[in-house]
Structure formats: structure tokens, C-alpha cells
Design a protein. Structure first.
Lengths: 326, 78
């Protein structure tokens, strides 16, 4: 019975749907030509907000994207919890994907860190899931493209009027030829990894958690990794070199923060600019190829962030004096 | 006239800063070279080698991403 139902799906349907979508894309691209993107590094503010403890601040579009990613994570966790409470042994669908990813991350962390694998897995899996969902929001149509208008270059303000709902090109040209004002789109939702606040905050959390796990594993003697005075007086020449190398390790921790933050930021920001530019230059078919590449880059960057956190944390739990060997 | 010179200088600076990106391409290619050779010699541990290859990709790519970030900073912030 089930085999009959499955073979009802005709093989050639999908390619006609794709063809119709390509033709529609071509028609719309001729009708509403694409706009030049307005790219800026800091996140654009949407509306101001006053919270009781935090005070006054402005909600930017990357904060909205982070909140959306949080909601998605909670919904996924709820589905998995409900599925387990029913007693299902095998999880299917989206919960199956979550289970597969969790299983892969857990086995990876157990094989890398050994005894501390369980506590390190908590940090690593959270970072991987959050960064993965945040990176994949840039593939959803509507992100980075639907937003508010703002006139950013106003030459003659009295002639600068435009409708509030507009699709397509944005320069309002007056009779003299020079535009009265040119407007830019501020998207409602912008990918959170393109905001340096998000990536550097995550990097600081990761490095601080590494120090914390090192202290938990080794006690206060963890800090002899950065301040190695053990061999300073026993073997004079090598002692001084060991001491200087350990100071260098302390500086390396700060370099790690920058490296984590800029790796994720650079990849995703460059990817989103690539999506904008290719979508503007050749709006018909090429952006799909870039979208596929961005899907790949998103998952790779999330895994790399988590993997590097895992490796640095497992290095922190290993006692430094064991490596000396003499 | 001054505004044009500043804009032109920004563009030239961004173009010069983006030269450093090609080192990342060589680095990623070397990582893939090592990984495929290792997989050819020892196909049993291909999974482990693949994981470490992705890690090597990320490190090698990171330096070229720094060059790209400097170019973007010159264009959009300064």
C-alpha cells in the first residue's frame, strides 16, 4: 500500500515548476529593475526602545535577526522535547536532523576532549546551533531586502517626495537631471553575523569560557600557562625563554578573540555583499548559484567556530607540565 | 574636487588591500592537497582526515578574510 502511494509522485514535475519560476523571475526583473544596494558596516537602527533595567537603546535590524534565531531555536527544542516525551525511539523530520547534528557534535567532543567532553559539548553545541541558524537566515527571501526607506542624500528637500511602498529603482530624478534625493533601503532583518557586535561578543564568550574550563580542570595552576616561572630559576637560559613564550601565549588569547570574530564576520559579510551585488548585476539566474555557495559557507563557518572552541577548550584542560616530558 | 580625490583614494586603497586575498587561495589549496594525499594513502580514516581538512580550510581562509575585511573597512567606514 505504501509503495503505491509513493510512486504516485511523477518524476518530471519539479523541472516545470523551476522553469515557470525562472520565466517569472525574468519578467519581474524587466518590470522592476533591481536597486543598487546600500551597504554599510554598522547595523542600521530601526526603532528606539526603553527597557527598565537596560535603559534607552536603539533596536537595530541585527538585534531583530538574533531574536528571530532565538525563537527558531526554542521552537526546535520544543519539538524535540515533545517528540521525546511521547516516547518515540526514532525521531523523524526536522527533529531527526537536530538529533543527527547533536549526535555528530557529541561524538566529536567525546573523541577530542575525553573526560571533559560533556561540559565542553554544551558550549560547542550552543555556539554551533546559534551561528548555524543565524547564518542561514540570509538565504530566506525577504531578509536584507524588505525594509524602510530612508533618503540619504537630499539635495533639494522640497522636491523630495516618494511613496511609502515601492518596488524597484530608488532614485527620484527631477527635471534638472540631478536627483532631488536618493533613497536607500534599510532592511528590517539583517543577518546577525554581519554585525561585529554579535561576532566579537560570541568570541569573547568563547574565550572566557575556555579560561573558565581551564580553571575548573586545573585549578589556579592553570595560569602558569601564561606566567611560567617554574623553570625560571632552575635552568637559567631555558627558563627565561619559557617565561617569554608563556607571556606570548597570553597575548595569543586576545588574538584569538579577534580571529574568531573577524573570521565569522568577514565570511558572512562578504557573502551578503556578494548576494547583493550579483542580484543587482544579473538578477535572473546567477544569484541562485551564489545562494548555494552561501548555504555551504554558512554551515562551514558555524562548524568551524564550534570546532575551534572545542579544540581550545580541550587544550585548556590538558595540564601544561605534562607536555614537557622531562 | 577634494571629495573626488578622497573617494578615488579610498577605491585605490581597497583595491590594494584586496591583493592579500590570493595567499588564502594558495593556503586552502595546500590544505586540500595534504588531505587528498592522506586520504589516498589511508582510506579508512577518511572521516577524520576530512574533519581536519575543514579545520585547515578555516585557518587558511581566515587570513585572506582579514585582508578582505581591511578592504571593506577602507571602503565603507573611512
Amino acid at each position: 500500500m505504501e509503495a503505491e502511494k509513493k510512486s504516485r509522485w511523477r518524476w518530471g514535475v519539479n523541472r516545470w515548476i523551476v522553469l515557470v519560476l525562472i520565466v517569472l523571475n525574468f519578467i519581474f526583473a524587466r518590470q522592476f529593475p533591481p536597486i543598487a544596494p546600500h551597504v554599510q558596516l554598522p547595523a542600521e537602527p530601526i526603532f528606539p526602545l526603553t527597557l527598565p533595567v537596560v535603559g534607552e537603546f536603539v533596536v537595530t535590524n541585527t538585534i531583530i535577526a538574533t531574536l528571530i534565531a532565538d525563537v527558531v531555536l526554542f521552537v526546535l527544542a520544543f519539538f524535540v522535547w515533545r517528540s521525546i516525551r511521547r516516547g518515540n525511539q526514532i525521531l523523524t523530520g526536522i527533529t531527526g536532523v537536530v538529533e543527527a547534528l547533536t549526535d555528530a557534535l557529541f561524538s566529536l567532543s567525546e573523541s577530542t576532549a575525553g573526560k571533559w567532553g560533556k561540559s565542553i559539548f554544551v558550549w560547542m553545541a550552543t555556539i554551533v546551533f546559534l551561528v548555524l541558524i543565524v547564518n542561514w537566515t540570509e538565504l530566506i527571501p525577504g531578509v536584507d531586502s524588505i525594509g524602510l526607506f530612508e533618503a540619504d542624500h537630499i539635495a533639494r528637500p522640497e522636491e523630495c517626495t516618494f511613496d511609502s511602498f515601492y518596488i524597484g529603482s530608488l532614485e527620484i530624478v527631477s527635471v534638472g537631471g540631478e536627483p532631488a534625493c536618493s533613497a536607500g533601503v534599510i532592511p528590517f532583518v539583517r543577518v546577525a553575523s554581519t554585525d561585529l557586535n554579535f561576532t566579537i561578543a560570541l568570541a569573547i564568550i568563547s574565550v572566557a569560557a575556555t579560561q573558565m574550563i581551564g580553571i575548573r580542570a586545573l585549578g589556579v595552576s592553570y595560569f602558569t600557562k601564561f606566567f611560567n616561572t617554574k623553570t625560571l630559576f632552575t635552568a637559567p637560559m631555558f627558563g627565561v625563554i619559557n617565561f617569554l613564550v608563556s607571556l606570548l601565549e597570553a597575548i595569543l588569547e586576545f588574538a584569538k578573540i579577534l580571529s574568531f570574530g573577524f573570521r565569522l564576520f568577514g565570511n558572512i559579510f562578504a557573502g551578503s555583499i556578494l548576494l547583493f551585488v550579483v542580484g543587482t548585476l544579473a538578477p535572473v539566474f546567477l544569484q541562485s548559484g551564489v545562494l548555494l555557495f552561501e548555504w555551504f559557507v554558512g554551515i562551514i563557518q558555524a562548524i568551524v567556530f564550534g570546532l575551534l572552541t572545542l579544540i581550545f577548550m580541550s587544550l585548556a584542560t590538558v595540564s601544561h607540565s605534562e607536555e614537557e616530558g622531562h | 574636487m577634494e571629495g573626488d580625490i578622497v573617494q578615488a583614494a579610498k577605491l585605490i586603497g581597497a583595491g590594494l588591500a584586496a591583493i592579500g586575498v590570493f595567499g588564502g587561495g594558495i593556503g586552502v589549496g595546500l590544505a586540500a592537497l595534504g588531505a587528498t594525499q592522506a586520504m589516498g594513502r589511508n582510506p579508512d580514516v577518511a572521516g577524520t582526515i576530512q574533519t581536519n581538512m575543514i579545520l585547515g580550510f578555516a585557518f587558511a581562509e581566515a587570513t585572506s578574510i582579514y585582508a578582505l575585511v581591511v578592504a571593506l573597512l577602507i571602503l565603507f567606514v573611512f
